[in-house]
Write a protein of this length. Sequence first.
Length: 146
Amino acid sequence: MTQSVRRVVTGLDPQGQSCILFDGPSGMVVWTSDRSPADNSSNADAGDAPFTFDIPEGGTLMATIAFAPDGTTGPMGMHATDTLDYAVITSGEITLITETGETLLRAGDVVVDRGILHAWRNDGPEPCRAVFIFVKADPVGKGATL
């Protein structure tokens, strides 16, 4: 038995602007992609690396990010990456900003960001924490700005 979570999926509208494509309950599978064999043969600590969007072809990156409650879009502002990003909001609230609107996310919500132009803003009274999994992807729209 599964319990659905709120799933927000980004994409491009017919005019090529970033937008929210889907916003509603997910099934057991939140999203799937059709490529990525990983090598699990090493016992080395793969978490001991600096954060970068330069993800190896076929690779992934998992990171935890805390967004300060300052009402700004942070140092990245509006940006796009050549990645498929899975995010789970673990505490607090955050606003996902696209070219066509804004969506408030709360703890327990999940986001599938498909490389579109977007920003994050925390208008709440406490930090927002989220877990992100970044997967290298083909560019969408104009491609990465970072």
